[in-house]
Design a protein around this ligand. Structure first.
Ligand code: 2BA
Length: 107
């Protein structure tokens, strides 16, 4: 059993979870905030058998899009340094971690 942790753009989150549900995967959405942009994103947890991990990653890939976002001048880029003008970064499609699960139970 694996746990897939996928951080996706807020605007893609519903499409990702709907596509997962359609294919029979259970998921949980958490509202999260990226440490760099300090902007809201969504973290999706999916518990899945090892042989289905790639199917889930393919679904996430299909539904997540990369976007240009501006770093506001209030973002500290390194100790005490703030950009003098807004800087553009490319965010996503999705950041995905796959971790081992020792035990999974529904009680
Ligand atoms: P944020 O931390 O808000 O980062 C948003 C985007 O800003 C990143 O997009 C990247 O393009 C840029 N960025 C982040 N840190 C940077 C830095 N130190 N210098 C320059 N640019 C930087 P993504 O890489 O697509 O990441 C999207 C979101 O995924 C992140 O939002 C964060 O919430 C999560 N994430 C990405 N890598 C992670 C990691 N290694 N561990 C935990 N969460 C991660």
């Amino acid at each position: 059993m694996k746990l897939i942790i996928a951080i996706v753009n807020r605007d893609d989150a519903s499409a990702v979870t709907q596509a997962l549900t359609k294919k029979g995967f259970s998921s949980t959405k958490l509202s999260t905030t990226g440490g760099f942009l300090m902007a809201g994103n969504v973290t999706i947890l999916i518990g899945v058998d090892e042989e289905r991990v790639q199917t889930v990653i393919d679904i996430i890939k299909e539904q997540s899009h990369s976007r240009k976002q501006m770093i506001p001048t209030t973002t500290e880029m390194s100790y005490g340094y703030y950009p003098s003008m807004p800087v553009e970064v490319t965010v996503g499609g999705a950041t995905i971690f796959v971790v081992d699960i020792d035990r999974f139970e529904r009680v």
